[in-house]
Ligand binder design. Structure first.
Ligand code: SF4
Length: 341
């Protein structure tokens, strides 16, 4: 982007997207993320306050970040979530105000969608793995499907769009629902994205054979729909397809669907993402095994220059890809619930 300071790594990739995990706590216990008993939470004293979040993200925006995605755990569990969104949306950098979006399980969104939209939240991605209450209980170990569905409706009503829904297919659990989930999204003008399960779960139970691949998902969808690739992906994680009824390639599209195939069709070559954890650590990749501490220099008053220097140093050490398919791949110690989507 012309005129913006550059956040470029050693492989020439320009970074514009900062994912910010606001908490590692969650009100669900999804089987592909954490064990039923949960995980040891991050020490409270290490969690960034609103002011610290706004300060650190502000430095990143000054350095060239134009998109801020709030994640968790579950970001809506932060009692100060509206204040956080207002503070971040008001930031201004060389690229203007950053676009602030959120990935959420939707629980609590029915109550918060309007105030979050007023505070400056632009859009949401809501996780939805099933339309069946029993399957939801089995997958998330909580009986909260109706809350998630109410959250999706509220997001649409509050204009938090374009609305995106994220689905992780788990073998022999919700795979039979792939077509119904896509229909549900199309009926609401939302874009559903099927995400390959990644080796980031706290229990380290992920297996390649157990994972449902993008090829499998696409084959199931193409039994019912005609999928036409949408060109111009850029740095976006999702491959996108226009959806039409099977056998009607010239029909008016019903909408679009996305496939995020981190494992079998990696997209690291155009990655533009950095991540900030709830305890103030910068991760240059979802699968990074090393982190840069931004919290300590901030709390010690080291100032903007030192934080900016650490951001660039982290970028300089970023690897070309996640390495999941490499023989020596090591799953990061920090679980997905403490990194964020
Ligand atoms: S795995 Fe890492 S390098 Fe690859 S796209 Fe994700 S964040 Fe970027």
């Amino acid at each position: 982007m012309r005129g913006l300071p550059l956040l470029v790594d050693g492989h020439g990739r320009e970074h514009r997207d900062l994912r910010v995990s606001l908490t590692d706590h969650c009100n669900l216990r999804c089987t592909y993320c954490m064990p039923a008993e949960g995980v040891p939470w991050l020490p409270k004293a290490t969690l960034l306050t609103v002011d610290e979040l706004v300060a650190l993200v502000g430095i990143a925006v000054e350095a060239g970040i134009t998109e801020v995605r709030l994640t968790g755990g579950e970001p809506l569990l932060r009692a100060d979530i509206v204040e956080i969104v207002a503070g971040l949306a008001a930031l201004e950098g060389p690229g203007g105000h950053p676009e602030v979006s959120m990935t959420t399980n939707g629980i609590g969104l029915a109550r918060l969608a309007e105030p979050l939209a007023e505070a400056g939240l632009a859009r949401v991605n809501v996780s939805l793995d099933t339309l069946d209450a029993d399957t939801f209980k089995r997958l998330a170990r909580r009986d909260r499907l109706s809350d998630t569905l109410a959250g999706i409706e509220a997001a649409g009503a509050a204009g938090l769009g374009p609305l995106k829904l994220n689905t992780v297919l788990m073998r022999d659990v919700n795979t039979a629902e792939a077509v119904d989930l896509l229909r549900f999204a199309l009926e609401r003008g939302a874009e559903l994205r099927f995400i390959e399960q990644m080796p980031l779960d706290a229990g380290h139970t992920w297996t390649r054979d157990g994972m449902v691949t993008a090829d499998e998902t696409q084959a199931w969808l193409e039994q019912v729909f005609h999928l036409e690739p949408v060109p111009g992906r850029g740095a976006a994680p999702a491959e996108r397809y226009r959806v039409r009824p099977r056998g009607e390639p010239d029909a008016t599209p019903l909408g679009t669907v996305g496939i995020i195939a981190s494992v079998t069709r990696p997209f690291c070559g155009a990655c533009d993402r950095l991540r900030l954890t709830a305890d103030g650590q910068l991760r240059n990749c979802l699968f990074a095994t090393a982190e840069s501490d931004l919290r300590t220099p901030l709390r010690e008053g080291a100032g903007r220059a030192e934080v900016t220097r650490r951001i660039h140093a982290s970028l300089a050490s970023k690897l070309p890809g996640h390495g999941i398919n490499d023989p020596g791949f090591l799953q990061p110690r920090r679980p997905m619930s403490a990194i964020g989507g």
